[in-house]
Design a binder for this molecule. Structure first.
Ligand SMILES: [Zn+2]
Length: 240
């Protein structure tokens, strides 16, 4: 089970205090989805992965912190005041409040999208990528298929960018599977096969290779459904 606590946080943008629920502990029983979405109970804690300031609508994993904009070498390129002013301007914009005019079906998807917009403003590809992945899951949960697809197509762009521009060595091969899964879930089978062909010889992890094969098998069947690592195991047999 998951245990929940409460914390009082002072918003880094507006300076006001508010109370927030936080996860004290949770667990995972069963198999993750192919795109790394965890099983229960953690699966059902997504609404606690973000805090939102009730006064200024700033969204972050922890609203007492803000991410700074950095250059390509990782050096911070703005001072604290510039940082807060930039984010403050963004979170009061129509773009942020109306989520680029995307009509999401649930509040959670909106907030993950806002986290993406903040990441975009910070030019933080990694933050954008994870926010979009979580946004797609929030859309899935309310069967908001059109927006789930739209977000996954955007997610593909950020995974490709992340793989090409940053050192993601420890999660590189997992990201390849998340990317293939995003292509497949949106029905972009041709694009998926082109990408798969390009990276197939670069994979080294045996489990990843099996998931790679399973994604291609699903694509052959034009299967756009959500599947788990366990599904791959049951279909392909024993992992090496
Ligand atoms: Zn605030």
């Amino acid at each position: 089970m998951s245990t929940i606590g409460f914390v009082v946080k002072m918003c880094k943008i507006c300076g006001k205090e508010s109370e927030h629920k936080v996860i004290r502990s949770t667990n995972c029983f069963g198999s993750s989805d192919l795109d790394t979405r965890p099983p229960e109970m953690k699966r059902s804690t997504m609404h606690l992965w973000l805090m939102k300031c009730p006064y200024c609508n700033y969204v972050a994993e922890d609203i007492e912190h803000v991410s700074f904009k950095k250059d390509s070498d990782g050096n911070i390129v703005e001072n604290h005041l510039e940082n807060v002013q930039r984010i403050n301007k963004l979170i009061h914009s129509k773009q942020y409040l109306q989520c680029d005019s995307i009509k999401f079906c649930n509040k959670l998807a909106k907030d993950f999208y806002r986290q993406y917009l903040i990441g975009k403003s910070n030019e933080n590809t990694r933050q954008c990528m994870f926010a979009l992945l979580h946004c797609s899951w929030a859309c899935d949960d309310v069967k908001d298929q059109d927006n789930a697809n739209q977000i996954r197509l955007l997610l593909v762009e950020y995974i490709v960018k992340l793989l090409e521009t940053e050192d993601v060595e420890n999660m590189k091969e997992s990201l390849v599977i998340v990317l293939l899964d995003a292509y497949r879930r949106t029905g972009c089978f041709d694009e998926m096969k082109v990408y798969a062909e390009r990276v197939k010889d670069e994979l080294t992890d045996d489990l990843i290779k099996q998931l790679f094969s399973y994604e291609l098998l699903l694509a052959e069947k034009k299967d756009v459904d959500c599947h788990t690592v366990s599904d791959a195991y049951n279909t392909l047999g024993v992992f090496m």
